[in-house]
Write a protein that binds this ligand. Structure first.
Ligand code: KIV
Ligand code: NA
Length: 338
């Protein structure tokens, strides 16, 4: 597949073709989406929570982000038949700016973005913020660094703002629209809109000429993104009652829809201290997810089912099976050996 570039994304936008984006954090998560033909892979700092077990996105370092971006770039390149050279083909690689750099100064923000491109192999950077980002967006654009501001709900500020739907009042919505126009003017190649009322996202998407990617922003943005582990149901790993073993999806797909209202627990908020902790046997309460998540898969349940089965079969000595899963040796050699 030819490399997805800023110009490819603008063309998709202009043609009214929805842009697809998912998070990826490592080689396998990037490979599957690349092979499926995703347009953008986001190395989101949600990785701090859903892949590294932190409570928030704040602890993620620039070095962490570069390390994971490199793995994603290798997968995207491999999937597109490339040689492993960054940029050889495949999806647009968008790296999140970890907390603390854009906030410090334009210089710190530029240096961090440059490292994400030079060392990480990213094609562009996503940066949380609003109007205060204008000088940095302008400087990056002048330097040829594609930048996508992330407006609306900004998880890096959750300590101050909580996980709340943004721009619900007329004045806040008007302000967000104005911010979007100013960021476009400063050179942003696209905008990420998180957790805002869908009519506000629709209005912004109509007014700007660049692609908008929504999460919790309704169907009328130029594209959509979800956190991969949310949509796969990775963390829904309830032990499966034996009678339901054959159809794990029956009680999982879509089960999270409509659970949460305006308070938006992020992956780490529900998984922070609990990451990797197997729920007590018999527990059936589904994990809380933001309202905007649709669970397209039941990977967590399937993983739990497989691990349960592995433990059972090893304990029963029914795995490995002689012949099918073992190596033999020539009969004469065996007799001599014994
Ligand atoms: O870090 C992330 O995964 C994100 C998405 C929620 C857009 O920023
Ligand atoms: Na993020």
């Amino acid at each position: 597949r030819p490399k997805v570039t800023v110009s490819t994304l603008q063309k998709l936008h202009d043609a009214g073709t929805p842009i697809t984006m998912l998070t990826a954090y490592d080689y396998p998560t990037a490979l599957v989406s690349s092979r499926a033909g995703i347009d953008i892979l986001l190395i989101g700092d949600s990785m701090a929570q859903v892949a590294l077990g932190h409570h928030t996105t704040v602890p993620l370092t620039l070095d962490d982000m570069i390390y994971h971006t490199r793995a994603v770039v290798r997968a995207a390149s491999a999937a597109s038949g490339g040689s492993g050279v960054p940029g050889a083909g495949g999806p647009f690689i968008l790296a999140d700016m970890p907390f603390g750099y854009a906030e410090s100064s334009v210089r710190d923000g530029v240096l961090a973005a440059v490292r994400l491109l030079k060392e990480g192999g990213a094609d562009g950077v996503k940066i949380e913020g609003g109007r205060e980002l204008l000088p940095l967006v302008q400087r990056l654009t002048e330097s040829g660094v594609p930048v996508m501001p992330h407006i609306g709900l900004q998880p890096q500020r959750a300590a101050a703002t909580g996980y709340k739907v943004q721009a619900k009042s007329a004045s806040a919505a008007a302000d967000l629209l104005e911010t979007a126009l100013e960021l476009q003017e400063a050179g942003a190649f696209g905008l990420l809109l998180e957790a805002i009322p869908h009519p506000v996202a629709t209005a912004i998407s109509k007014r700007v000429a660049i692609p908008t990617i929504g999460i919790g922003a309704g169907p009328h943005t130029s594209g959509q993104v979800l956190v991969l582990t949310d949509m796969l149901g990775v963390y829904d790993m309830r032990p499966t009652p034996p009678e339901e073993m054959d159809e794990p999806e029956a009680h999982s797909v879509g089960a999270l829809e409509g659970l949460a209202g305006d308070a938006l627990p992020r992956p780490g908020a529900r998984h922070g201290a609990d990451v990797g902790v197997i729920p007590p046997a018999g527990e059936v309460a589904p994990p809380k997810a933001p309202k905007f998540v649709r669970q397209f898969g039941a990977v967590g349940l399937e993983t739990r089912r497989a691990v349960d089965a592995y433990i059972r079969e090893v304990r029963a000595r029914s795995f490995p099976a002689i012949g099918k899963e073992t190596y033999a040796m020539p009969k004469d050699q065996l007799e001599e050996f014994l």
